[in-house]
Design a protein around this ligand. Structure first.
Ligand SMILES: [Zn+2]
Length: 294
């Protein structure tokens, strides 16, 4: 028994030595909010055995969020607000994005093998470390692999009672073939495939596309690699269009351009991203991602 304990202690110190995650400028906690607390909190999350690439420190993640937000703003101009809207990221008092670093207690294989469902492993995993603020949604840049996909999200309107659905994830580099990085992807100063994938999943976790949308698409085929049960639009070219996840983002250039499905529509009892609590400017009586979607 004594030998076992010693071995455990030595292993712990070895692990600590190999993964010295402490770096200048890195935050391990969600910093105090400068807004009302309803925001999209961004995290750089590594598996237990993951290699720290410092994406939270070298502006890679900030640049990705900037590209996503710039596109979202351009597509929302002259709609509900003349100047458009922005995604409401959790920011610091210097207006930079508050990115939290977290190393998990789970190895990459245990996450990667779940494919599109890996986000359902990540959500309870970060929650165990206290990242479960009921006001927030979480966007994870996961620094590991994924057997099947580049990104995936939980769908709040499909969550069964008692299950938390507040997390979307980008797996970086993700799957081995056709990963986030290949095919004009990766962290680059442009709205490329990686940025499209990330925004698609963020819009999912904010509640899009609601089932009550007139062009809502539900997959009939089971067992295909897709986002599964719903949440998509049947209009090709829309950021929320999907045939299969690996084809989704190819020609994404619209954000509900008809204003009839999930952005700035007239269907009052159906979720509308323009009225979300997680966009700026925020309307006076904003909606949560679980707002009527059926
Ligand atoms: Zn999707």
């Amino acid at each position: 028994m004594r030998i076992f304990i010693s071995y455990t202690i030595i292993s712990f110190f070895l692990a600590s030595a190999v993964f010295s995650d402490e770096k200048p400028g890195r935050n391990f906690a969600d910093l105090p909010d400068v807004d009302d607390g309803y925001n999209i909190h961004v995290m750089y999350v590594l598996p237990k055995d993951g290699v720290d690439k410092g994406y939270d420190l070298d502006s890679k993640i900030s640049m990705l969020m900037y590209q996503i937000d710039k596109w979202f703003n351009s597509k929302t101009k002259d709609r509900l607000f003349t100047d458009g809207q922005n995604l409401k990221f959790d920011r610091k008092d210097d207006n930079k994005i508050d990115i939290t670093f977290l190393r998990l207690d789970i190895n990459d294989d245990e996450i990667s093998k779940h494919g599109i469902q890996a986000v359902n492993v990540l959500q309870p995993a970060i929650s165990r470390f206290g990242f479960n603020d009921p006001k927030k949604v979480y966007f994870i840049i996961y620094g590991g692999s994924n057997r099947d996909v580049c990104a995936s999200s939980q769908l709040p309107s499909y969550a069964t009672e008692g299950v938390t659905a507040n997390t979307a994830a980008l797996y970086y580099p993700g799957k081995r073939s056709g990963s986030c990085i290949e095919n004009n992807g990766g962290f680059k100063p442009e709205f490329n495939e990686t940025a499209k994938a990330a925004l698609h999943e963020i819009l999912h976790v904010l509640g899009a596309v609601p089932q009550c949308a007139e062009d809502h698409l539900v997959f009939k085929d089971e067992g295909t690699i897709n986002d599964g049960i719903g949440g998509h639009l049947s209009i090709p070219g829309d950021i929320m269009y999907s045939v299969q996840s690996n084809k989704t983002y190819d020609k994404a250039k619209h954000l509900d351009f008809k204003s009839s499905n999930y952005y700035n529509h007239n269907n009052e009892n159906c979720l509308d991203i323009a009225k979300s609590r997680y966009v700026l400017p925020t309307v006076s009586n904003p909606q949560l991602p679980t707002f009527s979607s059926k």
